[in-house]
Design a protein around this ligand. Sequence first.
Ligand SMILES: Nc1ncnc2c1ncn2[C@@H]1O[C@H](COP(=O)(O)OP(=O)(O)OP(=O)(O)O)[C@@H](O)[C@H]1O
Ligand SMILES: [Mg+2]
Length: 281
Amino acid sequence: MTATKFHSFSELVQDRTESEPTVQLPEAPPVAPKLETQNLSFYYGTNQVLYDVSMKIAPKSVTALIGPSGCGKSTFLRTLNRMNDLIEGTHHTGTVLLENIDLNAPEIDVVALRKRIGMVFQKSTPFPKSIFDNVAFGPKISGLRNKKILAEIVEYSLKQSALWDEVKDRLNDSALALSGGQQQRLCVARTLATQPDVVLMDEPASALDPASTSRIEDLIFELKKDYTIVIVTHNMQQAARISDQTAFFYEGHLIEMGPTQELFTKPREKQTENYITGRFG
Ligand SMILES: Nc1ncnc2c1ncn2[C@@H]1O[C@H](COP(=O)(O)OP(=O)(O)OP(=O)(O)O)[C@@H](O)[C@H]1O
Ligand SMILES: [Mg+2]
């Protein structure tokens, strides 16, 4: 037999897989997606930056969005809770669904939506207020005045964001006196206090030292028991450590999405392989 020449990595992988004995597992019952985009395209003015992105995000899972700078990760993330509405001159085509409800339907209350789908940004942005007031901010804005319930929400949110033990004796101190890593966890607590069921995170650990990064990663792992998490990260090791699914974007296209381990070890697409092996980006 003549030596076979492989034209692509995926052919190579396929061939190898076929030659290995496989055990057929019964198919898992389908889980209704928490979030779904269907043929989502997005434009800043006339500049199209997302192209026909269709994605399903399972409940209580961590989905990592990866890809080179400028490929549309943050834009895509913001379409999931309509944060792009705040940017003048933008529009989209296609659909974004939260549990099958069209997020962009005219009857949707955007403020309520952003409580259900909270967001944590790259740079923590605590308000110049006490630790307590930072976390109580959302519930207070929603009209909650009962001090006992507010205190319970603050404690619960700080415990969930793994910050309680470090701050419980100084809840009235300024949030700005916290370290960068603590401030980032405070922002997670502030988001959780509005009782979301989805948490979007845009590079939440990129400005943190390794110890704080590792705390955020542990936190994300804990949070997925209760929340659906979508996280943008530039750090592929991080994506591999914390996510169940990974989506690779390139120039506004969703090139490939799948179980994280599979995407990193057996990418189907050449562009994904090039990216994860560090050939660009
Ligand atoms: N507010 C904006 N106005 C106009 N164009 C924008 C705006 N924000 C992003 N863009 C453009 O949209 C494209 C996608 O940007 P986006 O910020 O979503 O990429 P990204 O993948 O998050 O990049 P990075 O990894 O650098 O954060 C880029 O070409 C960018 O220049
Ligand atoms: Mg970004």
